[in-house]
Design a binder for this molecule. Structure first.
Ligand SMILES: [Zn+2]
Length: 181
């Protein structure tokens, strides 16, 4: 059986730690155990302490909440993978031709696939069923239809690492839209 103390230690060891790049930009999240390893190796600086300490018979360490890497990491900006869900989300769940917001969307290849149209961010868009039927295997021009906006790859969000994550108060100052001025 796991004792309450062990459980508590376990929670602390798994506490989420914000890892900042050398330039203070949020880079990723890791657990306290990993953060302490980085701190002990001299690869990171402790910026903010969290709650409590992690203790072993030979060692006691404050639970880190924010650490900063000593070296600047070049994080490659990953291009969002093309998927139906991502295209619908980019197009705000509305039809590119008539603007109708609907859950009954289809993925339209603006320049038809049957004629060599690419499966790319620039050539796919959300279309409602009626518009998709109307356009069929034609280009928008041939079908007499207009795109309501230009489409392309979704904008990259450098702060997407926080999406759906529990945010620690200690992190606010490193999140520009939450930082108190
Ligand atoms: Zn439509």
């Amino acid at each position: 059986m796991i004792s309450e103390k062990t459980l508590e230690e376990h929670t602390r060891i798994n506490a989420k730690v914000l890892v900042l790049n050398q330039n203070y930009q949020p880079l990723n999240l890791c657990n306290a155990k990993r953060a302490i390893v980085l701190l002990n190796l001299g690869k990171a600086d402790l910026i903010e302490k969290g709650f409590g300490a992690i203790r072993t018979p030979s060692f006691s360490f404050p639970v880190p909440s924010v650490i900063r890497l000593m070296a600047l990491i070049k994080k490659p900006l990953k291009l969002q993978k093309l998927s139906r869900r991502e295209v619908f989300s980019r197009d705000k769940y509305s039809c590119i031709y008539c603007g109708k917001e609907t859950e009954q969307l289809t993925l339209d290849h603006i320049f038809p696939r049957s004629r060599g149209g690419a499966n790319s961010w620039e050539n796919v868009a959300s279309a409602c069923m009626p518009c998709n039927h109307r356009k069929a295997g034609r280009t928008p021009k041939e079908a007499g239809m207009k795109l309501m906006k230009e489409v392309g790859a979704p904008k990259l969000n450098p702060y997407s690492l926080f999406t759906n994550k529990a945010i620690d108060e200690n992190w606010y100052k490193f999140m520009p839209w939450l930082a108190k001025h």
